[in-house]
Design a protein around this ligand. Structure first.
Ligand code: GCV
Length: 907
């Protein structure tokens, strides 16, 4: 992705009323064009105009029942826009809010809470609350911990026994005046209570009377960022790091502060800032003051800093000749190191460890166990209250693929189950949701149900590595919910994954939820407005996994896009079905995301999973597909589940279709519960998914005029790109299975493209024909690229259809090594020209760089020449795959959108 975004912007740049020029899906970049120094005066003006607009103009328009102007939006505010509420009934409900707010005690977090309350109420209601430090002789919103409240109001009766971070919103009488108290056992809880109140106001819910106690489901609600110290981010799709640059912590930590604010607003309480593929330098003494600055930036929002560490640090950083966890010198080194860390960062949260995985060093170097490795860290952290998150993502990536009994899915259980009970009390085993690696569909990891005497946390991936890299809409909550609600029968029936990870089932002292977020400098944080629902949703789910995906997305949509019902319903619907749509055109029936696993993890590359040691095998050949993981004939993976679950998956009769190919190897002619054969399901689901991706564009377009122009255009660009790329996926997968199985599509679609003119079949001047690899990445396995470095090159043909209005789609390869240009001519007239400057994740002509330009509404006559001119640049050969001509406004879908129940538990 593009990395050019400069670090600027104090929070002032994000005040309501600022427009953006962000371009998601097209090389994300900076969008706050106002330099910080220049911005504060304009921010003040911006605030007053927003105030006036909210309080006076808004009311006037509401009274006259006229639509309010759509303010330009900043993506950076995300769900914390605090947009003006105009609905008189909603405003009336807020009349009960006192005009004064008191922050009790001297906690920085409570003081942040007060600032947030003032900021939020001002944005939404146009009123500026008076800030007090003592109980006034009037009504007030009173903020403080239980202790602080009791000190000034001994008669107040805060509830007892509430867990850390819980909060209580209560309307009551203090000193004879009606007050709203926001109180909690700790200061972070007070801040969470304020964000909850602001959410209530934004969603138009009652603020009085209130008696709302909220307790987080689990104590661990962390995010991990895979940021490298040089500023790049592993599997980050939104630009460079907001934390690091050139091996140092960035000077300007305003984005880090804003990020902590977002995290706190959904109850997330710690952030591990560097890649789990950790650079040992993070623990060097000279680096600690830099980490301390980051911790300081997070602290006002109650977000504690953590880091990923490399197990070899005692050797690499400490100069010892070993990192053997059982060597006393190593134990001593870790102890001294963490004493030093806590000296610089007293509220340091702990460490994340990736060991013996994907080439990382680990305890196996000394024939020690993972428990040995985790405990040496744990003992050094324990006196300070720190935690060790030891990742269960441990597997051999050099497995012999010829041995049909080998199975990467077994690895986490095989490595950690025997160690149950050997980990110290402050170790948490961090387990990915599924046994492979964040594929579009996996069963719940059996390890969750196998650890009874060990703390655990679930690791969910917010950054969409295998699920479209934020260029494809893929709302992950339905997938996460399916895993969290899945009953592993670990302690009899009724032990869902969520209860296990929270430590409820086996009464573990600590546990919970970790989300791999990987936000970047892009103003929208994740490089896509709609993808932010995943970050929001992760936080809300970690707080309360009993919320439904629909409840969460509806909150998010209304906070992000406002209270227009049509907008909310449309976006909710798009989000809720998006995972299922993505799954349909990518990986079928649990076979895995059929992507390029050796490269970008993005476009289709069906065979890249096979015949290598990485173990993401689907074992598709001419006769059938799927991993046989049964106990009877396969790898035995299914035996890692408790008997009721193993029984479900072992039998073909009861194994759900959605996971069939994860558990079984079957012939293409095998008939699913749906009544379709596997091969026909592959064809149908890929056409269905691609059609529904086109439908998303239409749904979004129905919102034009109801959303501010900038975000409307940004999202439209993403969805149009996605629709084109879904077609690339559809064709690659269908063509590959058609050729491999030799079984035709009963509906005759696969391999038949009547509206398509292949580039290699056109009249070429300057272009040469090339074989594309893998062959399924290009229509017909071939494309054309300019033979010379500068071009121009032309590819042309004569249109021989009926006269009329047509849309012409140009399928070309936008390689990221250069910026080529194209011109499209119809009958000698220039119809369109564009620059291929996207930053798709490939330097080659392949399915990751394949993209589409749709030129709508062209008048074509028989005999017209359609000519494409390409201008290559810097190795990007202005390459073309094909052109398609479709009548304008023709409903090209053919298949009606099927009804989905996105929250069904398919496992
Ligand atoms: C940080 C997958 C990703 C890697 C990632 C790894 C992990 O393999 O592709 O980029 O490494 O998971 O979770 O450790």
């Amino acid at each position: 992705m593009s990395e050019q975004t400069p670090l600027v912007q104090s929070p002032e740049c994000y005040a309501p009323g600022w427009s953006t020029t962000q371009t998601p899906c097209r090389g994300l970049g900076a969008d706050c064009t106002v330099p910080c120094e220049a911005s504060s005066r304009r921010w003040v003006l911006g605030f007053w105009s927003e105030f006036v607009r909210c309080s006076l103009l808004g009311l006037l328009l509401s009274v006259l029942a006229l639509p309010a102007p759509l303010a330009a939006e900043t993506a950076t505010a995300a769900w914390l826009r605090h947009a003006c509420l105009r609905d008189p009934s909603v405003r009336q409900r807020c009349d009960a809010l006192p005009a004064t707010t008191v922050a009790l005690g001297d906690s920085a977090v409570v003081s942040t809470a007060q600032g947030e309350l003032i900021r939020g109420v001002r944005g939404m209601l146009g009123r500026t609350l008076r800030a007090e430090a003592r109980l006034p002789k009037e009504s007030a919103v009173v903020l403080g911990t239980f202790d602080a409240l009791q000190a000034v109001a001994p008669a107040s009766k805060p509830p007892t026994g509430l867990a850390e971070d819980s909060y209580w919103l209560k309307t009551t009488t203090l000193n004879g005046f009606p007050c709203l108290i926001i109180t909690a056992p700790n200061d972070r809880g007070v801040l969470y209570g304020v964000f909850a109140l602001l959410r209530r106001i934004a969603l138009g819910q009652a603020v009085s009377p209130l008696d709302d106690r909220q307790v987080p489901y689990a104590p661990v609600r962390w995010v991990n960022e895979w940021d490298n110290l040089d500023g790049t981010i592993e599997r980050g799709y939104a630009g460079l790091s907001i934390f690091f640059e050139k091996d140092n912590v960035v000077d300007d930590l305003s984005r880090a502060r804003d990020y902590a604010r977002l995290l706190a607003s959904v109850g997330l309480n710690a952030c591990a800032v560097n890649n789990v593929n950790a650079n040992p330098r993070v623990l060097r003494s000279e680096f600690l003051p830099q980490l301390a600055r980051l911790a300081e930036a997070f602290r006002p929002w109650g977000v504690r800093l953590a880091v990923s560490v490399d197990l070899s640090s005692p050797k690499v950083v400490g100069g010892l000749d070993t990192f053997d966890p059982l060597d006393p010198r190593v134990g001593e080194w870790w102890k001294e190191k963490f004493d030093e860390v806590y000296g610089a960062i007293p509220d340091f949260a702990g460490v994340v460890v990736k060991a013996d995985s994907e080439g990382r060093l680990g305890p196996s170097a000394y024939a020690r166990t993972h428990a040995d490795a985790a405990n040496v860290l744990a003992r050094a952290l324990q006196p300070h209250g720190g935690l060790v998150f030891y990742r269960a993502f441990v597997y051999d990536h050099q497995l012999d693929w010829r041995n049909l009994k080998n199975d990467r899915a077994r690895a986490a259980y095989d490595s950690f189950r025997p160690l149950d009970g050997q980990f110290d009390a402050n170790v948490v085993v961090q387990i990915k949701n599924g046994p492979i690696d964040f594929q579009v569909r996996e069963p719940a990891s059996p390890l969750f149900g196998a650890l009874e005497k060990t703390n655990q946390a679930i690791e969910l991936q917010i950054t969409q590595e295998y699920t479209g890299q934020q260029r494809h809409l893929c709302f992950l909550l339905p997938m996460w919910k399916a895993v969290l609600d899945f009953d592993l029968h670990a302690h009899g029936a009724g032990t869902p994954v969520k209860a296990l990870v929270a430590g409820k089932t086996f009464r573990r002292p600590v546990g919970g939820f970790v989300g791999v977020s990987n936000v970047g400098r892009d103003r929208s944080w994740l490089g896509s407005h709609l993808a932010m629902a995943n970050l929001y949703g992760f936080g809300r789910l970690a707080w309360n996994p009993d919320l439904t995906a629909r409840q969460i997305v509806d909150e998010w949509t209304r906070l992000t896009f406002g209270r227009d019902r049509r907008v909310a319903e449309t976006i909710d619907d798009m989000q809720l079905k998006s995972w299922s749509i993505y799954e349909d055109y990518t990986g079928p029936l649990g076979a895995g995301t059929l992507t390029d696993i050796l490269g970008s993890h993005y476009g289709p590359n069906i065979e890249s999973s096979e015949r290598n040691g990485w173990g993401q095998w689907h074992r598709a050949d001419h006769a059938g597909i799927g991993m046989d993981r049964t106990l009877a004939t396969g790898t035995g993976f299914i035996g890692q589940y408790r008997p009721p679950v193993a029984k479900l998956y072992e039998s073909l009769a009861s194994c759900p279709d959605a996971l069939l190919l994860f558990m079984h190897h079957v012939p293409y002619t095998y008939v699913l519960h749906s009544g379709k054969t596997v091969i026909q399901h592959i064809y149908d689901s890929h056409y269905q998914g691609a059609n529904e991706a086109e439908e998303l564009v239409r749904q979004w377009k129905s919102l034009e005029g109801r959303i501010d122009e900038q975000r409307y255009a940004d999202v439209l660009a993403c969805l149009e790109y996605q629709a084109g790329h879904a077609q690339v996926w559809r064709d690659a997968v269908c063509n590959w299975f058609l050729r491999t199985s030799g079984i035709p599509d009963a509906q005759g679609r696969a391999g038949d493209f009547p509206s398509r003119v292949q580039a290699e079949a056109m009249r070429l001047d300057g272009y040469r024909i090339v074989e594309v690899k893998p062959w399924e990445a290009a229509s017909g396995g071939k494309g054309v690229e300019c033979a010379s470095a500068t071009g121009p090159c032309t590819a042309s043909f004569r249109y021989d259809g009926k006269p009329g209005w047509y849309d012409v789609s140009v399928q070309y390869f936008d390689q990221n090594n250069g910026t080529s240009r194209f011109k499209l001519f119809v009958a000698g007239q220039l119809a369109d020209e564009w620059v291929a400057d996207d930053t798709l994740p490939s330097r080659k002509m392949d399915a990751s760089s394949s993209t589409r330009r749709k030129v709508a509404g062209l008048a074509l006559r028989p005999g017209d020449e359609i000519r494409l001119e390409g201008f290559p640049a810097n190795g990007d050969g202005a390459s073309i795959d094909y052109l398609e001509v479709h009548p304008t406004l023709r409903d090209a879908l053919g298949i009606p959108a099927r009804r989905r129940n996105p929250e069904s538990k398919a496992f």
